[in-house]
Design a protein around this ligand. Structure first.
Ligand code: FPP
Length: 237
């Protein structure tokens, strides 16, 4: 837990916030725009929120950009999300002074070659950044992550009696990243959608009706204020 004392109505920041960036399609529909326009607006919000999280001193932010289930969407929508991602990755070259460390979690092996290369470059370019650690979940699914972890553990030949929670933690995409303290889901949906399902066992949740493209830094403040009121007992009393 890091502490933040300035002009805010909260005095402590969660260590790790995870966000499900939901509602892009409905935002576009309300404006009679194609769904792509919603994803473009959503990516602007993502950049604004990442910058703001970095400014207030948050240590870890993870955003859900594309799930293992999102391949079921129409081909042109999938392609437009991948193109938005390409634009973002290209753009990160211009924002090196932001001091944000960027990393990806998920099964990125199956992505297009140019995207994989841009991801490798963006991760390498930002590897020494000391500000926010920003994780983008891409072709990510919590169940898929656990299946992969089990495969790796079995392949390692470890004896079942030696398996602990740490064995699982160390074989997830999120190895070394603290568990999320606060999970934010806008757009009026109340589910986890296969996001960080192992890691969020003791997370606090914050839901809102705001559609992701309309989400503003002040909404992040509200979520953090609310988090400050929670009494986390982790199963104790
Ligand atoms: C969920 O809203 C959103 C997605 C599946 C895509 C999220 C992608 C972005 C915000 C842009 C790319 C991100 C980066 C990191 C550059 P939805 O489409 O399910 O909305 P709906 O429920 O209203 O239809």
């Amino acid at each position: 837990m890091s502490f933040f004392k300035k002009t805010k109505n909260f005095d402590k920041l969660p260590e790790h916030i995870a966000i499900i960036m939901d509602g892009n399609g409905r935002w576009a529909k309300k404006r009679s725009l194609p769904r792509t326009a919603g994803h473009i607006a959503g990516s602007k919000t993502f950049k604004e929120i990442a910058r703001y999280a970095n400014k207030i001193g948050l240590h870890y932010l993870t955003v859900y950009a594309f799930s293992t289930e999102n391949w079921k969407r129409p081909k042109d929508e999938v392609e437009s999300i991948m193109n938005i991602l390409r634009d973002y990755l290209r753009d990160t070259k211009n924002f090196k002074d932001e001091n944000i460390k960027l990393r990806f979690i998920g099964d990125t092996d199956v992505l297009a070659e140019d995207i994989k290369q841009m991801i490798a470059e963006a991760e390498d370019d930002s590897k020494n950044a000391t500000g926010l650690q920003l994780f983008i979940a891409l072709n990510y699914g919590g169940r898929d992550e656990i299946v992969n972890a089990v495969k790796k553990i079995v392949d390692s030949g470890i004896s079942s009696s030696d398996i602990t929670e740490d064995t699982i933690n160390d074989n997830l995409y999120t190895k070394g990243i603290p568990n999320p303290d606060l999970i934010i889901r806008p757009s009026g949906e109340y589910r986890l959608s296969n996001y960080l399902i192992w890691q969020s066992a003791y997370a606090e949740y914050w839901f809102s009706d705001i559609l992701w493209p309309d989400f503003k830094p002040k909404d992040l403040d509200l979520a953090i204020e609310d988090f400050n009121k929670r009494n986390r007992r982790y199963g104790g009393i």
